[in-house]
Ligand binder design. Structure first.
Ligand code: HEM
Length: 828
């Protein structure tokens, strides 16, 4: 009777959940599709998601991850490669187009399509800007503004100024030590567009405007939540400030023009004040200001980003760097001795550099989507785009389509050799009547910058892999600096004569073995790279093993495997404590050995060398392979075991383990080697946190602070995403229970620790991106954790130290969750 009742309740709950899901999934369909009548049957495939949010959740999730393309890939997987999908985006029923013909048609057919930007963007850029005005008005203002920005005459005029500003900026940066490259480049491109529009404004005005634009831009890319503390709210405030600054400039100019005769040297502001339509009407202040807000924004943000990436790409690819540099040197060499500076003719001769710029524009696709609205029902690719629906022109999918650009995520300027892109396949500046009016100016700015950069400068990235998360910088700095200090201290750590000898022995043996297995820590797949292998060609017989995969984030683990595959590296994820996993890995190794034998690379006995930095689990892996290996019991008994320790640097010599017979396979376990100097401070801190460097060198409390900084920011412990957070917490708890079924005491401690961390973070009212606020939160967490971790009261330092030791232990055994600290550098 009781069981029957429980079953009934369960069935009712299950039925209720299914019905609710169906209901939620049908609201948008019912509201937007059913009223289309029969036309709804010819809508493109897709789904309108749930009410209000539509597909925005998956869109934001994809674009906040390191694989934004997963958003469209999901449509392709679910609905096929139709290149046109229905969705619900930014509060509107929408059609997303992702293939060249459809994108081009939408951009060029003004009869059927008009701008359709989200109202939140319109509020920031201005209803009298190009994206808010009528077709006729747009045509008139565009004619007025485009030629003075982009024409041949204009460009030759701006060239001198751009050159001056670029050379003096490069000179200044070289003397500044470290710079924030993007910030400086944005300032540089902002100066140029300011010069064109408002030639005579002071340095203070320029700085004030630049500051406000930075805030405005954050808002353009954020969720349109107009509540204090949110980026969109701040951006609306920034727009108000911009309007006030521009208003005072307009007033001043009008006043001056009334008192004095018009100036001979005119800028765009003069042109906007003077222009009249066919009825003699002049632009009012709101119209002038909105055009300024739009142009000054569009005119510096994208150019700054593309310049940064083009420079980084070149710096990362010495072969392309050298080719581009040689071209610039040849141009300077062939120049008449009397000529000062560049000419437009010379810029046109820079064929290779132009390919570098095009390739950067393609790979980055800074404006990855533009918005239109259907003015009437439109037939496209056999589907109907209903009148009033938004159309999202998704350039990014075209530029990263492997059928159009083989290996699309690879930076390769040479792909443009002899290539004339087919219509619609290269749209970095859009197309049609709204194509970017600053395209030539932007290219000129980037080219001039690269010309001078290549001739005289080099860039060294302080953080070559990826920038530290906002807020964590000071923690990274503290831990990283401590690590670097230890590294520089001869004899005190890995920098010993013994290590140097071991390192030489390994390097000498690498070419002699059949296969090299580079063991990395799955939590830091890039930071735990074994530097000595860099000097071997990428085709070298190497497998990258991401060990400790049980401690890494699962979805990021998949992304890393995809990344290595894309880099043409063979990679394999293992957990050396999992028998089944090791069995599979052994089978995989044996298959590789068979392939090598076929290719004539291996003899009857195969030797595999395990290499890696300290504490990535080489010895544990060697032991497990030896234990699982199909070798006779006698052989197992005879062989020694590798000593495994949680401390780095335990293995001192190279030892050999048999892991298979018929054919015989041996693995060589080697000591963990770190390079004598690690430049990247963030890499240093990640190595310390994951245990590649002994804790005693850095101090456990400092490491725990760094860990909490990462935890607070990546998991978002703060209330910011409390819904997701709670569910993440639940999922984790479930997983932990499965993994440690009998360890109840530990389970309770872990739950208490998690609860304490969440509670302190949720009641925290500060800004996580502010280092001081974050530091305050971390100290509060360390103090409050004392109870959860059962640490007896002592002095503050002592208590913190004990808390830190226990906290690090929970993190390193995976009980506090699975975190991957390195992000996949898809675009790098
Ligand atoms: C690498 C740099 C740049 C990129 C990638 C870029 C990209 C684009 C794209 C894709 C559009 C088309 C928008 C649409 O179809 O709705 C556009 C429009 C626009 N861009 Fe650019 N742009 C760049 C630089 C500039 C510069 C330097 C200026 C200023 C001089 C500028 C001013 C504008 C303006 C005013 C529009 C609106 C045009 C209209 O609606 O008629 N852009 N840009």
């Amino acid at each position: 009777m009781e069981l029957g009742f429980i079953w009934t309740v369960l069935v009712v709950i299950f039925g209720g959940v299914v019905a609710l899901r169906w209901l939620l999934g049908s609201v948008n369909w019912w509201f937007y599709e059913t009223k289309l009548g029969d036309k709804r049957f010819s809508l493109p495939p897709g789904d309108l998601g749930w009410p209000f949010i539509g597909n925005m959740w998956s869109f934001l999730r994809a674009f906040k991850s390191s694989n934004p393309d997963s958003f469209i890939a999901n449509f392709v997987t679910r609905f096929g490669n139709t290149g046109i999908y229905k969705a619900f985006m930014f509060g509107n029923p929408s059609i997303i187009v992702t293939v060249p013909e459809a994108c081009r048609r939408v951009l060029t057919d003004d009869e059927y399509f008009k701008p359709g930007w989200p109202s939140s963007t319109l509020k920031l850029i201005g209803r009298k800007s190009f994206i808010g005005i009528s077709y006729e008005e747009h045509k008139r203002l565009r004619r007025l503004t485009a030629a003075p920005v982009n024409g041949h005459e204009a460009l030759s005029m701006y060239m001198r100024y751009i050159e001056e500003i670029v050379t003096s900026a490069l000179d200044k940066w070289a003397g500044m030590g470290q710079i924030e490259f993007l910030t400086e480049l944005r300032k540089l491109t902002f100066r140029i567009i300011m010069y064109i529009f408002l030639s005579s404004e002071s340095e203070q005005v320029m700085e004030a405007l630049e500051r406000e634009y930075t805030t405005l831009n954050y808002g353009v890319r954020a969720m349109a939540i107009n509540l204090p503390g949110f980026a969109y709210h701040k951006a609306l405030k920034a727009r108000k400030n911009l309007v006030a600054i521009f208003q005072s400039i307009v007033n001043e100019r009008r006043e001056k023009r009334e008192k004095q005769p018009p100036r001979s040297k005119k800028d765009m502001m003069d042109a906007l004040l003077e222009v009249e339509d066919e009825n003699g009407r002049r632009l009012n202040d709101e119209e002038i200001i909105d055009v300024l807000v739009m142009y000054l924004n569009a005119g510096h943000e994208s150019s700054g980003h593309i310049t940064m990436w083009a420079t980084l790409f070149l710096q990362q690819h010495p072969e392309f760097f050298q080719r581009a540099k040689a071209e610039q040197e040849a141009i300077v060499k062939n120049r008449p001795p009397t000529q000062k500076g560049l000419t437009l003719k010379e810029v046109r001769q820079m064929e290779y550099l132009s390919k570098v710029v095009d390739e950067s524009l393609r790979l980055l696709t800074f404006s990855f989507v533009v918005f239109r609205e259907a003015k009437a029902d439109v037939q496209m690719s056999g589907y109907t785009i209903p009148k009033g629906w938004k159309v999202l022109v998704w350039f990014r999918s075209i530029h990263l389509d492997p059928e159009i650009y083989p290996n699309p995520k690879e930076f390769n300027p040479s792909r443009w050799d002899g290539l004339t892109p087919k219509a619609g396949t290269f749209l970095p500046f859009g197309a049609g009547s709204r194509m970017c009016p600053g395209n030539d100016l932007a290219k000129l700015e980037i080219t001039i910058f690269l010309h001078y950069f290549l001739l005289n400068y080099e860039l060294e990235r302080v953080n070559p892999r990826c920038p530290p998360m906002a807020g964590t910088a000071s923690f990274v700095r503290k831990v990283g600096t401590a690590v670097r200090k230890v590294a520089g201290n001869k004899g005190s750590t890995w920098n010993t004569p013994h290590m140097a000898a071991a390192s030489r022995a390994i390097v000498e043996r690498i070419p002699l073995v059949d296969l090299v297995v580079e063991v990395r820590d799955a939590r830091i797949p890039l930071s735990s790279e074994y530097e000595h292998l860099r000097n071997f060609p990428s085709s070298f017989r190497r497998i990258i093993v991401l060990n400790k995969m049980d401690l890494a984030n699962r979805s990021q683990m998949k992304e890393w495997m995809m990344y290595f595959e894309q880099q043409n590296c063979i990679s394999y994820g293992v957990n050396s404590h999992n028998k089944d996993n090791i069995k599979e890995f052994l089978n995989f190794l044996q298959a590789r050995v068979r392939e090598l034998k076929k290719a004539g690379h291996s003899n009857y006995t195969t030797t595999i060398m395990l290499v890696g930095i300290p504490n990535v689990g080489k010895s544990a892996l060697a032991n497990s392979l030896h234990q699982i290996g199909r070798i006779s019991a006698a052989e197992k008994g005879k062989l020694k075991h590798a000593s495994v320790s949680a401390q780095p640097g335990e293995t001192k010599d190279i030892s050999s383990f048999k892991i298979a017979s018929h054919p015989n396979i041996y693995v060589l376990d080697t000591p963990g080697i770190l390079p004598p100097e690690i430049l990247d401070i963030e890499v240093c801190s990640k190595l310390a946190l994951t245990g590649a460097i002994s804790d005693c060198f850095i101090g456990e409390t400092e490491l725990a602070r760094y860990f909490l900084a990462v935890l607070n920011l990546t998991v978002g412990l703060k209330a910011e995403c409390s819904g997701a957070l709670n569910s993440a917490g639940c999922e984790l708890d479930k997983r932990q229970k499965r993994k440690y079924p009998t360890d109840h005491t530990q389970d309770f401690i872990v739950q208490d620790v998690r609860r304490t961390l969440f509670e302190v973070a949720s009641s925290f009212g500060g800004n996580l991106e502010d280092e001081n606020d974050l530091a305050w939160l971390i100290e509060a967490q360390l103090s409050t954790l004392q109870k959860a971790l059962h640490v007896t009261m002592a002095s503050v330092d002592d208590t913190h130290n004990k808390v830190a030791t226990k906290l690090l232990n929970l993190y390193r055994t995976g009980r506090l969750g699975h975190y991957t600290l390195d992000r996949v550098p898809w675009n790098a």
